[in-house]
Design a protein around this ligand. Structure first.
Ligand code: ADP
Ligand code: MG
Length: 601
């Protein structure tokens, strides 16, 4: 720009600079090195892979990946560091049937451009050929000599980003980098349960899996045997896709999706769309701010996955995505509705309750002790009615319709023994277990199912003798006007009276005779509040609000007979285990659980 007139200002960069710039796309951080080297080892057919990390307080100092895979001949070993040199594809058409993790031929060249790499390799299937040692520093070959070596390959990477100070400066703390590496390896290890992985950090063993293991074996090694024991197998087959793996009971839900690991065609990927499909498979079994644990292996025709979206290949593009997501959602939904979901007191049920996650809650350290802090979840707000008394009318509304065939109950017969604190119903089963029912959650579930099952022509509304007048703010009015048609289908007949005033003429029969008209105002406010379920459609949203506001409130005193009716009605629910927000409706205590608590062994 400020050059002399006529002198050219545009010039081609020298090769070293080009390589460093290109390297930035593949090698973002130390975890990228671990990823590329480990994936190369897998592509080389390794049956066991060892990863050694060293770190100092300022960050990761070295990464070494050692495998017993194919190894390389002396000629291939040096070729491997040339940009765009690969043994995995030869032409663009091969991109449609990629079966290897790598194919761009960029990783080794990129890593070598920004670090000091020492490669030692010897081919496995050609015993006559010697081993090779190559040292490259900042892209410059410092040594290339024959050497005695075991079959397979070992690559050591040190001084990462020594010649790209800007990149080095942006590295996060040691623990953040370690957390990234651990997260990545969890995903890779679970995508390849038959490969033995060993991970060491500063000489200390952090992870060990077996050769020829199964997915549950790998899950147990990574996350502990307790988690692995309680998982439910999933196996679903769509026309385009095959889904297999394990998912957790709703009670093992978590605040983040760090325990959802997905592999597509054995490639560990991160996919917000699939995480969403998994969540949708749980439906109302999970609160909207909670995530299940899930380890899924998805197999599709390689031509349907475009891996070549980003140099790191972690994000992939899937064609026919809606059908694939439907298969995942459906597969999960199906197993959950066959499983026995009644949490027992021995399992860490409390993990489920958002209310338990106070600031003071003790965090379970993750294996590998590095953890990025979680976000605190919202608190579920529910109506309470301290000192209220249950009316029979409320229960009559939720009595099963005589015309409807009864469902096969998913919970055993319950004999109510009493109510506790105006909130819990205590009952026993015929096998001598104690079951504690949250009366509001249970009644909310019952009402929710009745409201969501009502048919098109059913009588859903009851007219109010005196219409209720509601005044809204201009913003609320706009939202409400939008909802008027949907509301009237569900039984709320409202008239826009102008000037942000609405006249409520009828309300859903499911709400019963309104005992206090303020309730109508509350319901309408719930529906237009910004928090009210962005992820669900209008009908679902209205149904949930009706169920919540219409159900017997916590704090309402019920007679034994009324409690029994709630318990019996709950047994008729298709999903008796959680309320529509995903909180549990009941918890079981076996005699052994209680004996254990009282130390009667
Ligand atoms: P890509 O994996 O995309 O082919 P890389 O730069 O990661 O590109 O590797 C280049 C080539 O080096 C690979 O195609 C492979 O032939 C060879 N290679 C790399 N790592 C190994 C290894 N651990 N064992 C055997 N060959 C390897
Ligand atoms: Mg590679």
């Amino acid at each position: 720009m400020n050059g002399r007139a006529g002198a050219p200002v545009i010039r081609v960069l020298d090769q070293a600079t080009v390589n460093q710039i290109a390297a930035g796309e593949v090698v973002e951080r130390p975890a990228s090195v671990v990823k590329e080297l480990t994936e190369n080892a897998i592509d080389a057919g390794a049956r066991s892979i060892r990863i050694d990390l060293t770190s100092s307080p300022t960050g990761i100092s070295s990464v070494r990946v050692t495998d017993d895979g194919s190894g390389m001949s002396p000629a291939d070993a040096i070729m491997a560091f040339t940009p765009h040199a690969t043994s995995k594809i030869t032409a663009i058409t091969d991109l449609d049937r990629i079966s290897t993790l790598g194919f761009r031929g960029e990783a080794l060249a990129s890593i070598a451009a920004v670090s000091r790499v020492t490669l030692i390799t010897r081919p496995r299937d050609n015993p006559g050929e010697p081993g090779t040692k190559i040292v490259i520093t900042g892209g410059v070959i410092a040594a290339n000599i024959p050497i005695g070596a075991p079959e397979g390959t070992s690559i050591l990477v040190e001084d990462l980003f020594f010649n790209t100070p800007a990149r080095k400066k942006f590295q996060k703390s040691r623990n953040t980098e370690l957390a990234h590496i651990h997260g990545l390896l969890e995903g890779i290890v679970l995508a390849h349960p038959s490969i033995a992985f060993r991970l060491y950090h500063n000489g200390v063993e952090k992870l060990l899996t077996d050769r020829d293991g199964t997915l549950p074996d790998a899950i147990a090694r990574v996350y502990g045997p307790e988690l692995a024991r309680d998982l439910i197998p999933v196996s679903a087959q769509g026309p385009l896709v095959q889904v297999s793996g394990y998912i957790s009971l709703p009670a093992q839900s978590r605040r983040d999706h760090s325990r959802i690991r997905i592999a597509i065609n054995k490639r560990y990927v991160s996919s917000p769309a699939i995480i969403n499909a998994i969540k949708e498979g749980y439906g109302t079994l999970l609160p909207k701010d909670r995530f299940p644990v899930a380890f899924l292996s998805i197999t599709v025709d390689p031509a349907m996955v475009d891996v070549n979206v980003h140099p790191t290949k972690k994000l992939v593009r899937i064609s026919r995505e809606p059908e694939i997501m439907l298969a995942i959602r459906h597969g999960i939904h199906t197993v959950l509705f066959q499983a026995n979901l009644m949490p027992d007191a021995g399992s860490p049920t409390q993990e489920l309750l958002p209310e338990y996650h106070e600031e003071t809650a003790v965090q379970q350290p993750d294996p590998g002790e590095y953890r990025i802090p979680d976000i605190q979840p919202g608190i579920v707000s529910e109506p309470t009615h301290a000192g209220g008394i249950m009316t029979d009318r409320q229960l009559r509304r939720t009595e099963p319709d005589t015309g409807v065939p009864p469902v096969t109950p998913r919970i055993p017969p319950l004999q109510v023994i009493g109510q506790f604190g105006g909130i819990y119903i205590l009952a026993t089963t015929d096998t001598g277990e104690l079951v504690v029912i949250d009366q509001h959650a249970a009644h909310e579930r019952i009402l929710y199912e009745i409201v969501s099952n009502h048919g098109q022509d059913d009588q859903v509304l009851q007219e109010l003798i005196v219409p209720v007048v509601l005044h809204r703010t201009p913003r609320e009015s706009a939202l409400l006007r939008e909802l008027l048609p949907a509301l009237s289908r569900e039984g709320f007949v409202m008239e826009d009276f102008g000037r942000d005033t609405f006249l409520v003429r009828a309300i859903p029969v499911f709400l019963g005779k309104p005992e206090d008209l303020g309730m109508i105002d509350e319901i309408i406010s719930d529906l237009t509040s910004p928090e009210s379920g962005q992820r669900v459609d209008n009908r679902e949203r209205i149904t949930r609000v009706i169920a919540c506001r219409g159900a017997v409130k916590a704090g309402t005193v019920c007679s034994q007979e009324q409690c029994q009716r709630v318990a019996d009605q709950l047994r008729q629910a298709k999903n008796p285990f959680t309320c529509p927000h995903g909180r549990p409706t009941l918890i079981r205590f076996s005699k052994e659980d209680l004996d254990g608590m009282f130390k009667r062994t």
